[in-house]
Each structure stands twice: as structure tokens, then as C-alpha cells.
Write a protein that binds this ligand. Structure first.
Ligand code: F6R
Length: 241
């Protein structure tokens, strides 16, 4: 595992974009795994900037998002479909048919999970998966206690996560109770993983995830088993590592 400590969010995004550009430039059809949340926003802005400066084209890129809330329409400002359009997809040359997110409005969530897994398999595997880290150690929406073997599945969101994410909603009662997320097994099948961690509220959990024992109580600790993980952490989050 490679751990890179950077000064702040800006430097984190700079390191992340140069990492991503290097990886993508070697691939004919890059398959990217994407995260939402506050941490990768600056990285997406840098991807847009790189595209506008002709340093990258997303013409042949396929993207798979980690997760989506169940019950929110794609047009809802808190849906991850909306987030991705807003921060990345509408600003670069990626075709909608090459961007995949779980359908949170499906009538049959279990079937949707299977379909999503099959779509990923159709393209082989995710070349580079971008991850953020939940304050409770979740990756995707895989909450503490999730088996390391899970594939894409429906989750009941834990109260810590609903509380944390309620800052984006009017009130906690509006935060969906469920989501569809890639499983930990799905994430671990990615060829390479880039974990981005920023802010002092992540200091304790990042230390546990990277250096303490591997346990389903800290889902991100599973990354210690992955042969190709890079972690970019800002100083605020890196206090104990
Ligand atoms: C987002 C996701 C989550 C976030 C995590 C960190 O698609 O799957 O695991 O990466 O909750 O979120 P932020 O970056 O907002 O701290």
C-alpha cells in the first residue's frame, strides 16, 4: 500500500489528478470506478480542467459509480446521478451511455444489483476505483459489519451515515433509509484503488483502517488485503499516521 501525505485538499486533488491521468493514458478503454461525497469534488473539477486543456478525453471511458440512494429520482439534487452530472459528466466528452450508476428507482432492487454486477463484468474489471472514507469506516455504502464477500446489494443506511449525510438535505428525515452499493467484494475486484481522505474528522478512522486489525467492523480495513492501493491523505486527516 502506498500512502501519500499532502498539505491540504488542493494538493490532494492535484496528486489525485496526476495519478489518474497517468493511469488513464495507458488504457484504450479505461474503466473508472467513481465515488461521490465532498472529498472527490476537487478531483472532478481537475478532470474537467484537464479535459478543457486537452490533456484528457473521456470519449472511450466507462464509469461505474459506487452507489446510489434508493427512492431518489435522478433529477433530485441529492441523488448521485445529479451529483455526477453536475460535477463531471456534463462538462466533459463522456457519453451518457458510458456512465453507469445503480438505478435507485428500480421496482426490483435485487435484480438491479445483479444487473449492475453484470455490467461491470461486461467490461472486465474496474481499472481504477476512486474511494472516499466514511467516518465510521464505510467504503461505498458498506457499513460496519458488512461481509467482505458482498457484491452489489441493497443496504439499510446506518444512523451515523444518515446523520453525516443529512447536511446535504433539509432534515435527517429526508435522508433515504436505503441505498444500492457495490459490495466490498466488488470493490476489491478493482485492479487498482485510489483512496482519498481529507479532514480532521477522518483522523481516527484512517489510522484504524490502515494500521489496526482487519475487521468487518471497519470496512475500509479490507483494503490492507488489496495488492494495489494508493492512499492520498491530507495533513488534517493524517495526524495519527
Ligand atoms: C460516496 C461513497 C461514500 C463516501 C464517504 C465519504 O459515493 O460511497 O463512501 O465516499 O461517505 O464521504 P465524504 O467524502 O463526503 O467525506
Amino acid at each position: 500500500m502506498q500512502i501519500i501525505i499532502v498539505k491540504d485538499k488542493e494538493e490532494l486533488a492535484e496528486k489525485a489528478i496526476s495519478f489518474l491521468l497517468k493511469r488513464v493514458s495507458n488504457l484504450t478503454i479505461p474503466v473508472l470506478g467513481l465515488a461521490t461525497g465532498s472529498t472527490p469534488i476537487k478531483l472532478y473539477a481537475k478532470m474537467v480542467e484537464a479535459y478543457k486543456q486537452n490533456n484528457i478525453s473521456f470519449n472511450h471511458t466507462k464509469t461505474f459509480n459506487l452507489d446510489e440512494y434508493v427512492g431518489l429520482p435522478k433529477s433530485h439534487p441529492n441523488s448521485f446521478h445529479y451529483y455526477m452530472k453536475h460535477h463531471l459528466f456534463t462538462h466533459v466528452d463522456i457519453s451518457t451511455k458510458n456512465t453507469f450508476l445503480p438505478n435507485g428507482l428500480t421496482k426490483d432492487p435485487d435484480l438491479e444489483c445483479l444487473r449492475y454486477e453484470q455490467m461491470i463484468k461486461k467490461f472486465g474489471a474496474i481499472d481504477l476505483q476512486i474511494l472516499g472514507l466514511g467516518v465510521n469506516g464505510h467504503i461505498g455504502f458498506n457499513e460496519p459489519g458488512t461481509s467482505f464477500h458482498t457484491r452489489t446489494h441493497v443496504v439499510q443506511l446506518n444512523e451515523v451515515t444518515r446523520q453525516t449525510n443529512s447536511k446535504h438535505f433539509q432534515s435527517i428525515s429526508e435522508v433515504p433509509m436505503k441505498a444500492i452499493t457495490m459490495g466490498i467484494g466488488t470493490i476489491m475486484d478493482s485492479k487498482e484503488i485510489l483512496l482519498l481522505v481529507s479532514g480532521k474528522e477522518k483522523r481516527t478512522i484512517i489510522k484504524k483502517a490502515l494500521y489496526d486489525k482487519i475487521t468487518i467492523d471497519i470496512p475500509a480495513s479490507v483494503l490492507q488485503y488489496h495488492p494495489n492501493v494508493h492512499v492520498i491523505v491530507d495533513e488534517a486527516a493524517a495526524k495519527y499516521i
